[in-house]
Design a protein around this ligand. Structure first.
Ligand SMILES: [Zn+2]
Ligand SMILES: [Zn+2]
Length: 698
């Protein structure tokens, strides 16, 4: 297999190469050549049958019930949002970034034209668009002299603002850049009475100060870049989306501002595609599905950002963990456990306390010592490393830990499973000799692919980040490690981009983003060289010459965080997990109370085989029981009436295929066990969420 094919090798989907940040070192598109049965051109939302994959699996198993196997395991109908090309991003399309940035200024000008009392603050570009924060002060009613609270922007206000923006665009004002001194900038801000701008000016450390004007109409402090004139903005590709509250500088003690979110693209076609993607995303929101499928909760009584994994979510998590652990053991890792709190000195030694204190929870006193709940696992692994004398013969040492960490995030930034205060990293550290580094990196990357592709994520965007201005470590170690990262990716034949100077201060790194079923990308895996911690913890090994040397430390995580990965997984498969992960694989539906005990018996047998099974409590009519099981995304249902009980059989239904006929209990369970063991790569990228059927009144 060629290296490129390795990237593309996950059965049916195209492994599109991604583009790097800032448009450098760009990869070209590599598309897999796996055949699909339909032969349909790849348009949006194509349904295709994954024959190539299923024939591989078919050959590998002799089965008693091909229909059942195919219904629960194979991706009979895999629906992939297969766009003609990826939507451009701020990173790979500077023109788009200029459009977004300029649009933010135009929106701010339009808001002030429409509501002169509005004060401007900041308006950065973001993924998919931009926002701008405004402050609406209290006003005094001219007639009554009464104080009127600041305006609350409504959807209809947004329409008016958009019209005003369109007018500014039509007038094709030039965007003019000007350099001024700090004093001049301060004078002009004073003149227009914008207190927040003054604060921004004070926070700008470098000079000269740059000002951008829209014609002679309006200006803003800004560093650019912008389009040349407002006429270059594509009116029909800009849409104002929503208003949200946001504290000035994210500080809940400061003013509450109103943030207008907007999306902007290069042409209306891109905007349309983006909107379609967002509609899909809404139907897949993991917070909504998590509640509906009873997977997890976040409860205000316990505090924000703390996740409760309900039984069904926990079943999935434990399958994920089992797989993760066995994949690591196969790759020569040892699994370790370490404590959740420890003496703060550890994080002083590591430097985390100096660099990341804002993200750490407050310390606690324990018998006159200061303890810290852990924000990172790395110092623990360093301690364990230095607990023995290591020889070069012992290296590489590979340790993996599902390590739960706690980080302080402001309540306003918390978001479902995506941004939380407690999460479990699938952490790992490799301690190796310098000349082992490249091979170790290759192994980490291969393991990453093995693990992610099992969940259906087989399209990656890779980025190498190199030495930043401020860094620790010698020139040689930076050069060698960066060369090892590049060498590893080249040997694998994986495409990547380069973010020059984007590395951490302690070493260069590779970040990997995955792409989900609706085309969104998510940062998950990371692999970082570290020259800092071995130094700080004085890690050593005895070399062949009997000298003490420093090992290189590699930090790596594949999911990143189990919580966040679970959120991504839920959204990508729309809650329709592949059979090996399904929280309930089989549901038994008793037609009458008389068969209830028999159902429980069957369930017991199934559980013994490791099949995840539930018995419907049987208080509803069969049609309703079936509907409930389908809504719960349960792949296999067994209908049991008197006849089935007498014959020792089960009438089997698959959610995807429908009626599959009658099975002997033993045969069905053996077959399901086999399907589960096959633990096949997924129907995962799969199906669209179903339309919610109205509850039948019974
Ligand atoms: Zn600007
Ligand atoms: Zn680490």
């Amino acid at each position: 297999m060629t290296a490129a094919a390795l990237v593309a090798a996950c059965y049916c989907r195209s492994a599109r190469a991604f583009v790097s940040s800032r448009g450098r070192s760009l990869a070209t598109a590599a598309t897999s050549t796996f055949p699909t049965s339909s032969g349909t051109p790849t348009t949006n939302l194509v349904r295709k049958t994954d024959l190539a994959a299923s024939s591989v699996r078919r050959a590998s198993m002799s089965r008693q019930s091909p229909r059942l196997y195919s219904a629960v395991v194979e991706s009979v109908e895999v629906e992939v949002v297969e766009e003609e090309e990826d939507l451009p991003t701020n990173d790979n399309d500077e023109d788009l970034l200029k459009i977004r940035h300029t649009s933010a200024h135009v929106m701010a000008m339009a808001v002030q034209q429409t509501f002169p009392e509005a004060q401007v603050t900041i308006g950065p570009w973001i993924d998919n668009g931009f926002y701008y924060d405004f402050y609406f002060p209290e006003t005094t009613d001219a007639e009554t002299g009464e104080t009127v609270p600041g305006r609350k922007l409504s959807d209809s206000d947004l329409k008016v603002v958009k019209k005003a923006m369109d007018k500014i665009i039509s007038k094709n004002y030039p965007i003019l850049r000007e350099e001024v001194t700090r004093e001049e900038a301060a004078r002009r801000i004073e003149e227009i009475g914008e207190p927040f701008k003054k604060e921004i000016l004070d926070s700008i450390k470098t000079e000269p100060i740059t000002i951008y004007s829209i014609g002679e109409e309006w200006w803003d402090l800004c560093a650019g870049p912008h389009v040349e004139s407002t006429g270059q903005l594509p009116k029909k590709a800009i849409a104002l989306q929503s208003v949200a509250g946001a504290y000035w500088r994210g500080d809940e003690k400061r003013e509450m501002l109103q943030r207008i979110y907007a999306t902007a693209w290069k042409d209306p076609k891109q905007l349309k595609r983006y909107k379609k993607m967002m509609e899909e995303a809404k139907k897949r929101d993991h917070r909504m599905l998590g509640k509906k499928l009873d997977l997890f909760s976040i409860q205000e009584d316990a505090g924000g950002g703390l996740v409760f994994w309900h039984p069904k979510g926990s079943r999935i998590r434990s399958k994920i963990e089992e797989f993760w652990k066995s994949a690591h053991i196969d790759e020569g890792y040892d699994l370790v456990y370490s404590p959740h709190i420890a003496n703060l000195d550890l994080w002083k030694t590591s430097g985390h306390y100096d660099f990341y204190r804002d993200g750490m929870f407050d310390q606690m006193d324990v018998e006159n010592e200061v303890y810290q709940i852990r924000p990172m696992n790395c110092p623990f692994h360093c301690l364990m490393y230095s607990d023995s004398i290591r020889s070069y013969r012992d290296l590489p040492i590979r340790w993996g830990e599902l390590g739960t960490v706690y980080r302080y995030e402001r309540s306003g930034t918390l978001h479902g499973l995506f941004r939380v205060r407690g999460f479990t990293q699938d952490d790992g550290h490799v301690f190796c000799l310098p000349d082992q580094l490249e091979d170790e990196i290759i192994d980490v990357l291969k393991l990453t692919k093995t693990i992610l592709s099992r969940f259906g994520f087989d399209k990656y965007e890779l980025m190498i980040s190199t030495r930043p201005e401020k860094s620790v470590g010698s020139d040689k170690i930076w050069e060698d490690s960066t060369a090892a990262l590049v060498g590893a990716l080249d040997r694998l034949g994986w495409e990547y981009g380069t973010d020059e100077g984007g590395g951490a201060f302690y070493g260069p790194k590779i970040d990997l983003k995955i792409k989900d079923a609706i085309g969104r990308t998510w940062q998950c895996s990371t692999l970082q060289c570290d020259f800092n911690l071995p130094e700080r913890f004085d890690l050593e090994y005895v070399s062949a010459e009997g000298k003490k040397e420093r090992p290189i430390m590699l930090h790596r995580a594949i999911f990143g965080s189990l919580e966040r990965f679970f959120g991504i997984l839920i959204e990508s498969c729309a809650g329709d997990f592949p059979f090996w992960l399904a929280p309930t694989q089989l549901k038994l539906l008793p037609v009458t109370d008389a068969v209830f005990d028999y159902c429980k018996d069957v369930a017991k047998q199934a559980t013994k085989l490791g099949i995840r099974v539930e018995v419907d409590r049987g208080s509803e009519r069969l049609a309703k029981q079936i509907r409930n099981a389908e809504k719960g995304r349960i792949p296999v249902m067994a209908v049991i009436g008197m006849k089935e009980m007498e014959e020792g059989t089960l009438a089997i239904r698959s959610r995807k295929v429908g009626d599959l006929g009658s099975f002997q209990v033993g045969d069905l369970l053996a077959e399901l066990k086999r399907c589960d063991d096959a633990a096949i790569e997924m129907t995962l990228m799969g199906d669209k969420p179903e339309k919610e059927e109205p509850e039948a009144s019974e």
